[in-house]
Structures are given as C-alpha cells and as structure tokens.
Design a protein around this ligand. Structure first.
Ligand SMILES: Cc1cc2nc3c(=O)[nH]c(=O)nc-3n(C[C@H](O)[C@H](O)[C@H](O)COP(=O)(O)OP(=O)(O)OC[C@H]3O[C@@H](n4cnc5c(N)ncnc54)[C@H](O)[C@@H]3O)c2cc1C
Length: 375
C-alpha cells in the first residue's frame, strides 16, 4: 500500500467510483458521505445511459462507462430513440446531431417512424415525423450500482464514513464534527452540496443547481405495455424508459438557488398531471402513477462538467448537467488517474471560468425563470 492518503467528499456514483479506482491503485482512501450512500442525485436518477454524443471526447467517456456497466453486469441493454413531431427546427437538430454522432464513431442513425413502431409496438409514433436511434445504450438501477461499487470499494480498503457531513477548510483538510482530518489530496464530488463544501476555500465552482422530476407509471399487469425503448420526445422535451411494470418518465427542470438540503423532494401536482397525460398518449395501457420524486442536478456555463484540480491538492468533479450517472465509471477512473499524476481531461478544467459567465440552462428551463432566480 502506498503511503498516499486521499479524502473523498460525497458518496454518489462519482465519489464511490473514484474511491474504488484510487484504492485499486494502492491509495489509502477515506470517503465521507453526509447521509446514506447514493442519497444525492445518484439514487434519484433515471439511470439512462448512452454514448450518443456529438463531441468525440464525451462519446468516448460515455462508451467507456457503458463498457464498465456491462462488465459489472448492471446494464439492461435498450436502444435510445429520440424524435420530433411536425417541428422543422427540432427535426433539423436531430438530423444534424445524428450526423455529428456518426462522425464521432457512434452507432446511431435516422430511422423511419414506422420502423420504430414495428420494433417497439408499445410506443405510439403516429405523430412522429423524424426519429433517430442510438444502439449503444441501456439503463442501470443506480442503487444497484452504488451498492456494488461500495462493496468493492470497501473490499479494496476504502474507509467509508456515512452520516458524516464535512467541509473542506483548507487544501488537504476535511473538517467533520469530530475535528480536522489531513490528506495528501482531497476530491470533492458532493453534487449539489459542492459549493457549500468548498465555501471556506478560495475556489468558487461555476455551478448552479436545478431541480428535476420523474414519475413511474405502471400498467395493470406486469409486462403488458409491449415493447418500449428508452425515448426522448425532443419536440415536447421529456423522456422515458421502460421499467419492469411500466415506464419511468421525466422532463425539464427549474433552477434552484436555496440550500441543497431544503429543496422539495415531492413532485409538483402539475408535473404529475401533465406527464401522465403525455404518457397516456404515447404508451397504451398505463393505469396509475406508482412512484414520483424530484432531485437536484448541477449545471455549468458551457454544459461540460468541472473535473480536475481547482487548487493545489484539491480536486473537484461536479456540474454534470443531468448526465453524470452515465459518465460516472469513466469520470471516476479519469479523476483518480489525474490525482495520481495523470493528465486532466482537456476542456473539463474546473478553473476555466472567471466568474462572469452566465450558466447555460439545461433543457426545459426558461430564460425568465433563470433571471428571476439569479437576480
Ligand atoms: C430526477 C433525476 C434523473 C436523472 N437521470 C439521469 C439519467 O438518466 N442519466 C444520467 O446519467 N444522469 C441522470 N441524472 C443526473 C445524475 O443523477 C447525476 O449527474 C449524478 O448522479 C451525479 O453523481 P455525483 O456522484 O456527482 O453526485 P450525487 O449523486 O449528488 O452525490 C453527491 C453526494 O455528496 C453528498 N454530500 C453533499 N454534501 C456533503 C457534505 N457536506 N458532506 C458529505 N457529503 C456530502 C450527498 O449526500 C451525495 O450523496 C438524473 C438526476 C436526477 C435528479
């Protein structure tokens, strides 16, 4: 075992993966989690994973992550279909994205709406004019991933301290209720809590939080909705994926500027009504909402995450704009490598902003919402 010690803050997909990867490289890792493992965005995620990115770097990170999910046996293979209705602008964007993704080496293509219905009879596509399919895709039960990686991390020697809220008081020092703990390096992967964890340091991460909602709608009998792919309705900006008994669906987001612990975890009545109405038109046989919840994500000005060293010996990984789970295996490995002297991921440097940039909004958040929240 090397004599190097690393403190990791946050027991979500990214922190757990990075901890395991560090421990495998013979580093002594202590992971601090304020609540339960996976109790942040990770345990609330839809678990949708694909490599359908236009940017080569993003596509490769996502593809490496999919391979890792497969190795771990947690990926349910399922194509991802996204589509537009009589909407020329959105249709043109889909065509251009497919072109870019193909250039990035991805297995995606435009597909006739009728061919989608034939392959996935559970999805109503009568009104669809343009559709695309990404074949390297699937979904993961995020709780299963957390439990598996946590068990492997513990086996590899990671000391996991749950129910332990912390702050970083200076470089290399983590403060718990019991006192200060010094490390050779500290990695903060605290999701929506990252800004607060780093408040006493000189680094102010360029991230904002937003709240997003999902629900699960069930059919009368398990397995009766027919074939449904993972899908994104690009004209109406909402997504879904199959579950054992129905469909999980979610949509846009609202900026959230309050304390991360205080956001509303229950879904809004309007969300449930609108999403269920849209689901009933898109998928036959759904009868009831069986579950629904909200969670917090983090966004950056350029929609790329902050991954890397922000002050000497202090590292951060956050700002995944709703795509952090699907990239967590590769991001966790990459930040572990970087902490041990490897190269940073070009373009993800956490210090690339000067604080004057406005945060680009994720899909579904309007400009006026943003102004109201951040004035
Ligand atoms: C409703 C919803 C659906 C989503 N769907 C998808 C999807 O389909 N695919 C996808 O790729 N991504 C999805 N996401 C986004 C994804 O969940 C996140 O990008 C990803 O989980 C981020 O992982 P993380 O480890 O960085 O953060 P988190 O999972 O948020 O983990 C951070 C951890 O830090 C802990 N923490 C915070 N403050 C402190 C502190 N002071 N001390 C100690 N610990 C602290 C928190 O308790 C938390 O456990 C979704 C998110 C939501 C909310």
């Amino acid at each position: 075992m090397s004599s190097q010690t690393i403190g990791v803050v946050g027991g979500g997909a990214v922190g757990l993966t990075a901890s395991l990867e560090l421990a495998r490289r013979d580093v002594a890792v202590t992971l601090f989690e304020q609540g339960r493992l996976g109790s942040g965005a990770t345990g609330r995620a839809a678990g949708i994973c694909y490599d359908a990115y236009v940017d080569q770097r993003d596509a490769e990170i996502a593809a490496r992550s999919l391979d890792r999910f497969r190795e771990l046996g947690v990926l349910t293979e399922q194509p991802y279909v996204w589509f537009a209705r009589a909407d020329d602008e959105v249709a043109a964007a889909i065509e251009s994205h497919v072109d870019g993704m193909q250039r990035a080496g991805r297995d995606v293509s435009l597909v006739e709406p009728a061919a989608v219905s034939e392959r996935f009879p559970g999805l109503v596509t009568d009104d669809v004019t343009t559709a695309a399919i990404a074949r390297n895709a699937g979904y993961v039960d995020t709780t299963e991933y957390v439990e598996l990686v946590a068990a492997r991390a513990a086996d590899a020697g990671v000391s996991i301290e749950t129910q332990t809220p912390v702050t970083v008081t200076e470089q290399g020092t983590i403060q718990t209720a019991d006192g200060s703990h010094s490390f050779d390096a500290v990695l903060v992967t605290a999701g929506a809590g990252t800004v607060d964890v780093l408040e006493a340091t000189e680094f102010d991460p360029a991230v904002r939080c937003y709240r997003t909602q999902v629900l699960v709608a069930n059919s009368a009998e398990s397995g009766t909705i027919g074939g449904v792919p993972m899908f994104y309705d690009a004209s109406e900006e909402w997504y879904g994926r199959p579950t054992a008994d129905g469909v999980l669906a979610g949509d846009g987001s609202e900026l959230y500027a309050g304390p991360p612990a205080d956001y509303e975890r229950e879904t809004d009545a309007s969300f449930r009504t609108e999403r269920m109405a849209a689901l009933e038109q898109r998928i036959d046989g759904l009868v009831e909402i069986s579950d629904a919840w909200a969670g917090l994500c983090t966004a950056t000005p350029d929609r790329d995450p902050l991954v890397g060293e922000c002050l000497p010996g202090l590292y951060v990984a956050t700002g995944f704009c709703g795509h952090g789970f699907m990239r967590s295996p590769a991001i966790g490995a990459a930040i572990a490598e970087q902490i041990l002297g490897g190269d940073p991921i070009a373009g993800f440097e956490p210090t690339r902003f000067d604080g004057t940039e406005s945060i680009e909004l994720p899909v579904g958040v309007t400009e006026s919402d943003a102004e109201q929240q951040f004035e």
